[in-house]
Design a protein around this ligand. Sequence first.
Ligand code: SF4
Ligand code: SF4
Length: 344
Amino acid sequence: MTKNNELLVQPRTAAILMTYQCTAACDECCFSCSPHLTGTALTYEKIKSFLDQVSEIPSIKIVVFSGGECFLDFELLKQCIQYATQLGLLTRCVSNGFWAKNLEQARQKMHSLKSVGLHEMNFSTGDSHQQFVPVDSVLNGTIASVEESLYTCIAVETNSSKKFTAEDFKKHPLYLEYLASTSKEKFVKVMPATWVSFHTDNVYDFNQKIEYDPNDQGCEGMFDTISLEARGDVVGCCGITSNDIEEFHLGKLSNQNLDEMLENHQNDFLKIWIFVDGPKKVIEQVAEWTKEEVPLYAHKCLYCAALYNNPSFLKAIQENYLTVKEDVLSRFLSKSVVFNMAGA
Ligand code: SF4
Ligand code: SF4
């Protein structure tokens, strides 16, 4: 029995950011990935060590391989998927589809990964991605993936300024020819993904009814996913601002084991509060204490970054948290039970 069985919230997902290098350089990439970020890749030994510890946590069922672009070192990706499969874990890859220049190449790659156990494929596309990777490649990858009966999700970057939509993907001639109304279409899910501004001065418009996702219900991502990022840090969630929040970086595997890191992670009151109420509600309460205005963001993770990077918010939490502690902890207990039952 591992120490992890004593954790109140049992994590369900592991993620591995294989590298920060990418064939694309999308203007608002949450990790600022680009072709120039060489030397940021994880080694097989580091990934293997993480997978070994993850496999000791019975509640974790799936490992997501992402980046950067995880297909850049295809043989490493294949080796890692094979090892994760041997450990009894399901696997998913997230890619921009650059490698699927034609259907034949796409089929070879998908067949190769399916043969070592790949279970699901995710692609990202949209206006920014398509400056670097044509949507035809994503279509080729999608067709090859569903031909291998892999569950395949396509995330289309979305805000009111974006021209290419999820509907456009389904109207593409390759989609209509190979996927629409076929028995394989059930394996495909095309969905909008909120695209927010990180590194530029772009101010995007969001249709609040369909695009605004502040998450008022608490953020389960806080304790659901444990990730290994490309420089070797274990990170407590895989949110898009996780690299901007020092407190989410739990340490290096070489210095501490995963059980200890997770235990410390779940013993942190602010993280518990975010898990229970979500960062927007937390900020609303804290802004009442500091008498500051509540900022408005289109994505829940931006609230987390705003909370952790505002010293006056953190000071106010330290000074006032006892007034909400009992209520938050009691709801944490109830929510943990429901969360663990849903994952069982
Ligand atoms: S394809 Fe993905 S990882 Fe690569 S730059 Fe674009 S958003 Fe970042
Ligand atoms: S809202 Fe915060 S805790 Fe939740 S996924 Fe985003 S960064 Fe992580």
